[in-house]
Design a protein around this ligand. Structure first.
Ligand code: NZQ
Ligand code: ZN
Length: 384
């Protein structure tokens, strides 16, 4: 196992009727900005619940944060934060609103061009405190220090990580996910599953604790994902999905083990250039990454085949093929096509994706940094 530091400062406030408890975790004299997305949080009453919990504190609302939050929109909020002297942020939404609010928290203290500052990955020394109310179980952003921001003018989508970007608290009420369209629940399950895969399907380092946690989470998502679609009001299923998604990317299963992230990095191109949902890009790319990287991932793929999919018969390659096939089938059954062409995207996207990876210096990728242009092209061709 590798050396690691593990510190997760986010308080999880889980269950029904918990929004009112945000009162306990925000200073009584806080001047709050409540951020939200395109309107679902308002429409379904979550913003009202937050406002009620804030009692007599001052607050301002900022809506309109898009899926794959846009830098331009977030800068409007940064200006409000500065002019109104906001000192606490509450994000109400899914990964996009939470990530966008992390950016606002950091950019409130930036001098000069905020995008340039952000992409230079500065060693932040202060950010505004933030909390969040999760309405979409998927990204784990509520309990990690990562934010993924898009700059549409530059056709760029980039991820940044910083220890100061962990939310102070995250309120997870599984019932908030009842209003999600089926597609977003499916996206959330697939995104969480791929987060686990990116931290587990690498090479063995005797990370037995991490492996068993990862396998347990994968088995849970395989069991509960289809139920979340079939029984949308089943509280226990939604609670299980929500907690799995948080655990999938809060640093626990990735501590002390190698990590891949190739599917995520390549996937950004398909979101920014072709408008695919984040999880759709992963459904396309993960099976192909596993296939192309089968030599360097061989031991973990065989472990995955046996422990997650119960495959014990056949040659090594047959077992690996079956595991990849079952992974693909799981995504398809959740309603996410697993080939680029199924989304009506032209084959020329393969060259464009390679150019994107080069432009943002994202290559080489993978846990061995062995995904260069040639391997990336193989992955994309296989995904097409
Ligand atoms: O905008 P509104 O009207 O709220 O609608 C949203 C949005 O259209 C809707 N929605 C959310 N909660 C709802 C709801 N609709 C009905 N009822 C509810 N309870 O769902 C749509 C998608 O929301 P979004 O926040 O974009 O989805 P998700 O949580 O999947 O977040 C995706 C973003 O997170 C980034 C992705 O790249 C993408 O930008 N990621 C962030 C990560 C992190 N911070 O660690 C890791 C991930 O790998 C990912 O990259
Ligand atoms: Zn993801």
């Amino acid at each position: 196992m590798f050396n690691f530091d593990y510190y997760n400062p986010t308080r999880i406030i889980f269950g029904t009727e918990r929004i009112k408890d945000l009162d306990l975790h925000i200073p009584a004299n806080a001047n709050v900005l409540i951020t939200y997305g395109g309107g679902s949080a308002k429409k379904f009453g979550t913003i009202d619940e937050v406002k009620q919990a804030l009692g007599s504190r001052n607050y301002i609302e900022f809506g309109g944060i898009e899926p794959n939050p846009h830098y331009e929109t977030l800068m409007k909020a940064v200006n409000i934060v500065k002019s109104e002297k906001v000192d606490f942020l509450i994000a109400v939404g899914g990964g996009s609103v939470i990530d966008g609010t992390k950016f606002i928290a950091a950019a409130a203290y930036f001098e000069g061009d905020a995008w340039e500052t952000w992409i230079s990955n500065p060693p932040l020394d202060r950010v505004l405190p933030m909390g969040c109310v999760v309405t979409l179980p998927a990204t784990g952003s509520e309990m990690n220090g990562t934010a993924v921001i898009s700059n549409t003018a530059l056709n760029a989508k980039l991820s940044h990580k910083h220890p100061l970007l962990f939310p102070r608290f995250a309120i997870l009420d599984p019932r908030k996910s009842y209003t999600l369209p089926t597609k977003q629940i499916a996206n959330g399950v697939v995104d969480a599953f791929v987060h686990i895969a990116e931290q587990y399907l690498t090479y063995p380092v005797y990370g037995k604790v991490q492996d068993r946690f990862a396998e347990g989470l994968m088995l849970t998502l395989i069991e509960e994902g289809p139920k979340a679609l079939a029984e949308p009001d089943n509280y226990h299923v939604r609670a299980t999905i929500m907690w799995s998604a948080t655990q999938a990317l809060n640093g626990l299963i990735g501590a002390g083990v190698p990590q891949d992230w190739a599917s995520h990095r390549i996937g950004y191109y398909f979101t920014i250039h072709h408008g695919l949902d984040h999880a759709q890009t992963l459904a396309i790319l993960l099976p192909a990454v596993l296939d192309v990287q089968r030599e360097s991932k061989r031991l973990k793929l065989l472990q995955y085949a046996e422990r997650v999919w119960g495959i014990t018969q056949g040659s090594d390659d047959e077992r690996i093929n079956s595991a990849i096939q079952l992974t693909r089938k799981f995504f398809e059954n959740m309603g996410l096509p697993t080939y680029i062409r199924a989304y009506g995207i032209p084959e020329s996207s393969i060259d464009e994706a390679i150019n994107y990876l080069k432009r943002f210096n994202l290559l080489p990728l993978g846990e061995h940094k062995n995904i260069t242009t040639i391997e990336a092209r193989k992955i994309l061709s296989l995904s097409y």
